[in-house]
Every structure is written in C-alpha cells, then in structure tokens.
Design a protein around this ligand. Structure first.
Ligand SMILES: [Zn+2]
Length: 710
C-alpha cells in the first residue's frame, strides 16, 4: 500500500516537472517557486521587482500586522481603473502569496517584452488599468505556520500554544498570530458567522467584533482608498470558487458570468450557496458593500488542514496564470461602464441588437438541409421581429453620444441591419414562393380541364410573370447553396408546369394573331405566320420528348387541347384560301397546265416565263392542307408535288445554264484565270447531274444545246 502510494506520487511529480519545465524557463524570473515562500523572501522579491520595473511596479506598506510585520501592497500597471488581488488571509495558505508574486513577475516581464501573455494583450491591459496586489495579508500567521513560535516573543508563546490546543505543530495554523480568523472579520453578516470556537483559536474565531484585527482594518482601509472594480482573494484548498453573496437580478447575472469564466479558465467548480451563507470574508463584504464582483478562489486539490505541497505549485500556477489579467481587463470594462453610463447603456442596446441579428442567420442558412426545410417558422419570424425592434431601440440610444462613440456603435448597427436584411430576403422569398406554388396548383388544374382559350392564356401569362418575380426575389437570397435550394423548391416545379404547355400557348397566340389579321384582311405577313406556326408545331413535339426524358411524365400530351388548336388552324387556312381565292382544284389544274407547257417547250429562250409560274406554284402549295384533302384530291396532290419537283429541277438547270453562259463569255473576252476555269467545270458537272433527273428527253437535249453543254 505504502509502496504503491509512493510510486504514484513519484510518477505524478515527474509529470508535473516535465510539463512545468518550458513555462518556468521561458521568462526571466525573480520569484523562486522551489522553496517555502516566507514573509522575508516575499519582501525581498517585492523590492527586486520594483527595482527591475520602476515604471510599472511600485509598492507600499499599507499597514502593520499585530506583531509589527509590514503588510505590503504592490501595484502593477499604469492605468486608471483598479482591481485588487490578494493572498494569504489564512496562514497555512501561503502558496497563494506565490500565485500573487508570480503574476507580478510574469506580467511585468510580458509587458516589458511587448508580448501577449496566453492570449492577453498585457500592454494594453496594464496601460488601461492597475492591479493592486496584497500578496500576504497575514504575515504573522504565515510566519507562525512556517517557523513555529521561535519568531514570536517568548512572553506570548504559552498563549499561542493554547490557541493551538497545546500543540507545537503549527502546520494547520490558519488565523493571525492573535488567534483571529482574518477572513471571518469583515463586516458582512458578521453577527451570524457559523461555527465560532468562541475564543482565540488557530482557526475560525471571528474576533470580538467585525474589523477588529489590525490586518483586517488595513485591508478595509486600503480597499476603501483604492476602490477596486473587482477583488480576487486567493485561498486554499479545494479547487472551488466562491462568488455569490446575496446578489440579485442583473447584478447576479454579471457576477455569475464572470465567475463562470474564471471557473472555466481554472477548472474550479463554482459554489452555489443554498439557504444560509456564512459571511465575514473580504469578498462577502466587498460584494455587499460595493455591489462589485469579487471572487474567493480556493487553489489546489483539497489537502486538509495544512499548507499545499510545493510540488503542486506548477499546475496551480498554470490554472491561475491569466486570472490577474482577466480581472484587470474586466475591471476596466466595468470602470468604463460606470463613468459613462449613457455610452454603456447604448453599447448594451447595440450589442443586444447585434447578437439578435447574428442569431437570425442559421434559420436561413445552416438549418436548411433539404427543400422541406425552406420555410419561415414562427420562431424565426418572432426573432426577426425582435431583432427589428432591438435595432430601432439601439438606434434611438445613439444621439446622446460623442461622434466617435456614435460612429463606433453605428458599425454594429449597420451590420445588424445587413443581417436582418438577409433574413428579410429569405422570408420574402418563402412568402413569394408559397404563393407561386399555390398559383402553380391552380394552373395545373386548369391544364387538366383541357380547354385552351383566352382565359387559359391569361393564367399562363400570370404564371410566367409570377415565376419571373419569384426568381428576382430569390436571386437576392444570401448564400448560393440556399438560393439554389429555394429555387429547387419553388421555381423548378412552376417552370415545368408552364413549359408543359408553352408551345400550345404560343401556337394559340399566333393563331389568334392570324385570325385577327384575316378578319382585317391584313394579308402581308399571313404566309410567313403560317410557316412559323408549322415550326412551332414541330417544336412542340420535340420539347415534350426532351422534357419527359429529363422529368418523366412531367410533360404530358394534351390531345384535347391539340385538337382545339388543329381545328382552329384548319379553319383559318380555309378562311385564308377563300380570301385569296385559292381553289385547290384550280390549283391542281394550274400545275397540270404548267407541266404541259414544260413538255411543249421548243425553245428555252422563247418561254423562260415558265420560271415565274413555278415560283408561284411553289408558294401556293404551302397553303394546301394535306390532311383536309379527300382521297381523289390526295392523288392529284401527290402528282402535282412530283411534277412541281421536276419543274423545280428544270428551273435550277436553266439558272445554272445562264450562269455558265456568263462565265464562258468572260473567259472568251480574255478575263480568264485558273479559278474561273475550275468554276465553269464545276458548274457544268452540276448541270449534267441535275439534267439527268429530268424525264423529258427532248427538253434535256434542248437545254444542253442551248447552253452548249454535252
Ligand atoms: Zn483561506
């Protein structure tokens, strides 16, 4: 058992030393942590430090102990706001003096080097504020605990020994050398302090009245004189943190927040008193008297009624090394608040608005994983509204400030507004998107009624403009992925619904234009319009095929609508034919005549007028509705098409022949080059190819002779 304990201890000790090494050798050091830290050593260190950093450190004797030892206060820093750190109210807790002294030593060194100290800007903090250390409140007690009676007048030995229950072992001594517990001496519910031994004793005796011991009086006077914003009082042991002494409301919240931070930094547990709280401590008095924060920090794992072993110091220091700077920094903030309450109030309002605006963002960004998350929940809307009113309140708090304060705080309001605007854009998009989906639903049922008319087109156009509007609104959403998700939810299905009838509507619109022009006998563009209509009909089929490949079933055929469009088209074609006098029978006869003319051609030059007739015939054939022909007319139509095609070839051959004649003329006139000769050859070859298609041998011969091509 004993062996195991020893080896465990040795192992822990090794670890501590290993981990402590870089820290303890990294900075110039005046304080030696490897010795029992006495009053005399402290006194020496204080003097050395003040000499080493004359601009930064000063000290004074603020009072005397019951046995005439000096109670030192050491100031570190140049600023106007003040905080206090103290140690060794209790004799056996002298390691807390080491914590105080190391803070002075390390912070001064970091200040001199201009380096940050574990994340704290030491120069800035110590330029703004001053830390008053009282590293050893109870020098008599510490001396008694460390040396026993030998440093005290022999006339008092018996009395002191009696206070120690007759023991000569003073390692458990806690009080001052007069047997008064200094941290039960302050005027904070002093009459109700628990567990008094009723007489001077090595611990727990609160004295005959509050503020009786010289050391306590010294601390109260000094504290009243320096008026620190915050007090940190170091004790041992137990790794716990006292901070609560009857605070309420925002006062409680402020101190609780600071305590939580210290708890987090040190790893020590916050003490939450339930019911009765024993007072009498410096921090109890300070909290209740000044209504400012104060903390009693119990360093070290619990070690019982004795001093903390030196081997613990390095990890204790590591836990507490930034607490002095934290206190100074927070103290400075409290100082500023107090001396400019208008600014502090405005700062709080701006900060509230800013924080609220920041908390809006997840609702329209990181919370959105799928399209189902795209919504404006009631909590989002209410936070949005709250942010709006907080921004308004914050803005109203600015006019009383100086320009620079106003400018500073305005930046945060600007950012809060910008974040609120981002949220507003999302909420708008959801609102517009939900409306769009409703409209899409109504439009889909209209499509299912299978009736295309003017109302259908009106609804279609309304749908289109809603989509455009929604796209505009959604284009302003913060963050491309959330913008895309919102589009996926609202725009895509709406667009599919619209596109499923886009060509039906286009054709309907075009037919309506044709109808109007026919009614007004405006015929200039009619033929062109019918050609466009034909292209739209083809495209209509293609887009449905392509669409269904991408989104199967989303682009259904609408046979009844199709039928309405075809009927309308055919009736318009009929109307046009009647107006321009196209009679199909006459037309077929014309083709017949034309072809007969062609067969009877004897000289090309005498009857090139047939070319004009061919052009005319080609135009008219477009307006014969093949589907409306009866069987007999269909036969005629097919024949006419064959004849027309042969007439077309005839036309091409003649035109080719004319070109060849021109080229040959130029060559004969001496305007000859290789390129031109090649061109003539090429055209002649083409001429021969084309002419072979013609069926009438005598015409072939005639053409060849006319253009001298064999
Ligand atoms: Zn203590």
């Amino acid at each position: 058992m004993r062996t195991k304990q020893l080896s465990t201890f040795f192992f822990l000790f090794t670890l501590v030393v290993l981990f402590a090494l870089p820290e303890s050798t990294s900075a110039a050091s005046y304080v030696n942590n490897n010795q029992v830290y006495t009053y005399e050593i402290m006194e020496q260190d204080i003097k050395e430090l003040a000499q080493a950093y004359p601009d930064l450190i000063s000290y004074k004797v603020i009072g005397k102990s019951e046995y005439g030892r000096n109670i030192y206060a050491v100031s570190l820093g140049k600023g106007t706001s003040v905080v206090q750190v103290n140690g060794s109210h209790h004799a056996r807790e002298w390691m807390t003096t080491m914590v105080n002294m190391n803070m002075i030593d390390q912070y001064a060194n970091a200040y001199k080097n201009g380096s940050s100290y574990h994340g704290y800007n030491v120069r800035s903090i110590l330029n703004n504020s001053k830390i008053w250390f009282v590293p050893m409140v109870n020098p008599d007690g510490v001396t008694l605990q460390q040396f026993g009676l030998k440093k005290f007048p022999s006339s008092d030995h018996a009395a002191i020994k009696k206070m120690n229950d007759g023991s000569m072992d003073f390692r458990r001594w806690k009080a001052n050398a007069k047997g008064i517990d200094l941290n039960r001496q302050y005027d904070a519910d002093w009459n109700n302090i628990c567990c008094s031994p009723g007489r001077p004793y090595f611990k727990n005796y609160p004295g005959p009245r509050a503020n009786y011991a010289k050391e306590t009086i010294t601390m109260v006077d000094f504290t009243n004189k320096t008026k620190p914003e915050m007090v940190v009082s170091y004790h041992s042991s137990g790794e716990i943190l006292y901070w609560d002494f009857h605070q309420t409301g925002s006062w409680y919240d402020r101190d609780h927040a600071l305590a939580k931070y210290i708890g987090k930094t040190t790893g020590y547990s916050l003490v939450y008193p339930k019911g009765y709280q024993s007072g009498g401590g410096l921090t109890d008095w300070f909290i209740s008297h000044y209504k400012r924060p104060a903390f009693t920090i119990e360093i070290s794992p619990y070690v019982g009624e004795t001093s903390v072993p030196l081997s613990y110091f390095s990890s204790i220091w590591n836990e507490n090394k930034t607490i002095g700077l934290y206190a100074a920094n927070e103290g400075h903030k409290l100082f500023l608040t107090k001396y400019n309450p208008v600014k502090a109030a405005a700062t709080k309002k701006v900060n509230d608005a800013f924080l609220a605006s920041k908390s809006l963002r997840p609702y329209h960004t990181s919370n959105l994983k799928t399209t189902a998350d795209i919504k404006a929940t009631t909590s989002f809307i209410s936070l949005y509204n709250k942010t709006g009113s907080l921004i308004k309140t914050a803005e109203q708090s600015l006019p009383g400030l100086t320009k620079s304060d106003r400018d500073f705080l305005s930046q945060y309001i600007v950012e809060a507004k910008s974040r609120k605007l981002d949220a507003a854009r999302f909420i708008d998009a959801v609102y517009v998107g939900d409306q769009l989906l409703e409209q899409k639903g109504r439009f889909a049922s209209l499509i299912n009624q299978n009736k295309i008319d003017d109302n259908f087109v009106v609804q279609y156009n309304a749908m289109s403009s809603s989509i455009n509007k929604a796209e505009q609104v959604m284009s302003r959403i913060y963050g491309s992925q959330y913008r895309q998700l919102t589009r996926d939810k609202y725009i895509s299905p709406s667009k599919i619904a619209r596109e499923s009838v886009i060509y039906e509507v286009s054709r309907y619109n075009l037919l309506k234009i044709i109808e109007k022009e026919l009614n007004n006998e405006q015929l200039e563009q009619i033929e062109e319009r019918f050609a466009v209509l034909e292209r739209l009909e083809d495209r209509s089929v293609q887009i449905k095929e392509a669409g269904n490949k991408l989104y199967p079933g989303k682009y259904p055929d609408h046979p009844e609508i199709e039928e309405q469009l075809v009927t309308l088209r055919d009736s318009l074609i009929q109307q046009y034919k009647e107006i321009v006098g196209i009679d199909e029978t006459v037309f077929f006869q014309e083709i017949e005549q034309l072809y007969a003319d062609y067969e009877s051609l004897t000289t090309i030059s005498s009857d090139l007028s047939i070319l004009d007739s061919i052009y005319h015939a080609e135009e008219q054939v477009t307006f014969i509705d093949e589907s409306s022909l009866d069987a007999e007319s269909k036969v005629l139509y097919d024949e006419a098409i064959i004849k027309l095609s042969e007439l077309s070839t005839f036309k091409e051959v003649v035109l080719l022949g004319e070109e060849i004649l021109v080229l040959q003329g130029e060559i004969e006139a001496g305007q000859s080059d290789e390129q031109k000769l090649a061109l003539v050859n090429e055209k002649q070859q083409l001429f021969v190819e084309k002419i072979s298609i013609l069926v009438n041998e005598s015409i072939k011969q005639l053409l060849q002779e006319t253009y001298s091509i064999q």
